[in-house]
Write a protein that binds this ligand. Structure first.
Ligand code: AGP
Length: 611
């Protein structure tokens, strides 16, 4: 939930850290700070965003070539300067930035207070800094020994980078449950919560594992693993270019990422469909294909938009692979003592690969003997590293907090998975398999056509910018899309919106319908089309205002709905990939017209790495 950047080299650290924090601001943005070591540590902290911190730093003289920075999403202690990171220990020897939650911080704090240690902030991070300080002074330990001992006493999650004033030629870094990536340069090294701040400096990275401790100097680095052994770091290459994390002329990352979807879908199926289009081959599932084709059940765990993709996957898997599927919120699954059997496949869906509840669900399922797979977008993130196999969506970095291309590439990957498994199980015949593959290759162009409705959607958005509520309805494959459309609107425009199965309206929500309630009905041509026409008529009979997403050329709904947005015709299974486009654009334009911060909506963060 927070962003961390550290640098040690020969260049001015402040510029590298500030630029890096801006690239991580999607992870949290209620306060920010940095420390530069130049003999004495120079510390700058503020409530607000990184550009506020930048102004503060540029007004000072933060010269130095080693430093650490942090952009925060508050967990303990309100967003203010005191609680912003870095946090400094009580004798000023340790300067700490932290992403995660120290669960037993209260007990440690009371222990330290009993020994006369005082605290300035309400944060769990300051407790960790003071514990390190206490052990360092009391035990006459080295910084590495004090940090190692302190972390052995901590329960919870952390990604931390630490400066010790008395060992000012190195950075210390450690992680448990919150990601950290080291960037390997020439006589300079970088560290960050993910690879996006590193990509412009180096393509060589080291993904830290849980309970690794790294000691990073300008020209060398040592890495100690969970067994307390010094190991050779595993240097990998970043899988994206720096250009992918710039707005490239778009006003917001979200708009750029909405328009990137045709390319992202293509990149997700490219190389996974045989050249003769006769079959799908997901290499990442090769070693678990027999478990998949013989699965008793698939249990999907995810959060938010990824959960919506999972719900749509349920419809696809049961239709084309004929395997029973259940979809669970990861946060519910992990705490309800679920029944998980050896023949179960657990499928974790996560764009970031770091969502705490989803990661916990993965760990629980593994403990109970299930085969656990991941559908993730961020290469090298925790979930892919803790599952036995999986499929990466090739959406590229998704910076906007509101998930868009991640959703459509997740559906693409999940659909390909269902088709390949269904064909191998002998329940999907050759002609249907081939038709599905051919139509999938046509989706990027059909998405480009759907994106052409942008101006029409923008005009429509102006009519609803002052709405206080909205209802989204869909049936079949379009019910999860209705849920997704509602989530998009509420999370970036702050208008309350709910998604429902269209037939469910009669069981309560219809009481909400009046002339002030916009109702978005996702109604492309598919097998429940006639039913949804009745639903629209029920809404119109109660003066509801209907915005209908329809298949181009629709001449029935276009006569009864108040507003119509067309999408190209496609197979029902892919209708959600196209219908979600106008919903994404609608939420985007309403949010912009309401003056909301589209890429960094209030109270949210891109990667929910805390529970
Ligand atoms: C969706 O727009 C939100 N950003 C949020 O619901 C997100 O989908 C959820 O936090 C799950 O994130 P993940 O896919 O990285 O696990």
């Amino acid at each position: 939930m927070c962003g961390i950047v550290g640098y040690i080299g020969s260049k001015p650290a402040k510029d590298i850290i500030i630029t890096g924090l801006k690239r991580l601001e999607y992870r949290g943005y209620d306060s920010a700070g940095l420390a530069i070591l130049n003999g004495e540590p120079l510390i700058y902290k503020c409530k607000g965003k990184v550009h506020d911190l930048e102004e503060m730093v540029n007004a000072g003289n933060a010269e130095g070539t080693i430093g650490i920075g942090h952009t925060r999403w508050a967990t303990h202690g309100e967003p203010n300067e005191t609680n912003a990171h870095p946090q400094v220990s009580y004798r000023d020897n340790f300067i700490v930035v932290h992403n995660g939650i120290i669960e037993n911080y209260g007990r440690i704090k009371r222990h330290l207070e009993g020994r006369g240690v005082t605290f300035a902030s309400q944060t769990d991070t300051e407790v960790l800094a003071n514990l390190i300080e206490h052990l360092y002074l009391e035990g006459d330990l080295t910084a590495e020994q004090a940090i190692t001992m302190a972390l052995s006493r901590v329960e919870g999650t952390f990604g931390i980078v630490i400066i010790c004033r008395n060992e000012d030629d190195k950075l210390f870094a450690a992680r448990r449950g919150s990601p950290l990536v080291i960037g390997v340069g020439n006589n300079e090294n970088f560290i960050a919560s993910d690879a996006t701040p590193i990509a412009e400096h180096t393509q060589r990275v080291i993904y830290l594992n849980d309970d690794d401790l790294a000691i990073i100097q300008r020209d060398q680095m040592s890495l100690k693993n969970t067994s307390n052994l010094w190991v050779e770091p595993d240097v990998q290459e970043i899988d994206f270019e720096i250009g992918e994390i710039d707005k490239e002329g778009y006003e917001h990352f979200m708009l750029k990422e909405i328009h990137e979807q045709p390319r992202a879908i293509h990149d997700t199926f490219r190389g996974r469909i045989m050249p003769d289009r006769s079959a799908i081959r997901l290499g990442g599932l090769h070693n678990v294909m027999s478990e998949l084709t013989n699965a008793d059940r698939i249990l999907i765990v995810a959060c938010g938009t990824s959960w919506h993709a999972g719900l749509l996957a349920e419809y696809i898997f049961e239709e084309y692979a004929r395997i029973p599927v259940e979809v669970e919120y990861a946060s519910e699954f992990r705490y309800r003592n679920p029944i998980v059997r050896k023949g179960d496949i657990i499928l974790a869906i996560s764009q970031s690969g770091e969502t705490a509840d989803t990661l916990a669900a993965v760990r629980l399922a593994r403990e109970r003997g299930a085969t656990v797979l991941g559908i993730c977008n961020v290469v090298g993130s925790s979930i892919p590293r803790e599952t036995s196999a999986g499929v990466y969506t090739h959406a590229g970095p998704e910076i906007g907090v509101a998930s868009t291309k991640a959703f459509t590439t997740q559906i693409t990957a999940l659909a390909m998975m269902a088709f390949e498994v269904g064909y191998k199980r002998g329940v999907l015949d050759e002609s249907c398999y081939s038709a599905l593959i051919n139509e999938l290759t046509a989706i990027p162009d059909k998405m480009r056509k759907a994106l052409q409705s942008n101006n029409l959607v923008e005009e429509l958005a102006a009519r609803f910018v002052n709405s206080t509520n909205a209802l989204y309805l869909g049936r079949g494959y379009l019910f999860p899309v209705a849920l997704e459309g509602a989530l998009k609107l509420k999370e970036i425009s702050y208008i309350h919106a709910e998604g429902y199965p269209a037939a469910e309206m009669k069981h309560g929500p219809i009481a909400l319908i009046d002339e002030n309630m916009p109702v978005v009905v996702v109604a492309p041509k598919e097998n429940t089309y006639d039913k949804i026409i009745s639903n629209i008529q029920e809404i119109k009979a109660r003066k509801g205002v209907v915005i209908a997403i329809v298949t181009e050329g629709d001449d029935v709904i276009s006569k009864i709905a108040d507003h119509v947005l067309e999408i190209p015709e496609t197979l029902p299974v892919y209708s959600g990939l196209l219908a979600v486009i106008p919903l994404q654009l609608l939420s985007y334009h309403v949010a912009v017209m309401r003056g909301c911060d589209v890429d960094q909506p209030r109270n949210l963060a891109k990667s929910v790495t805390v529970e």
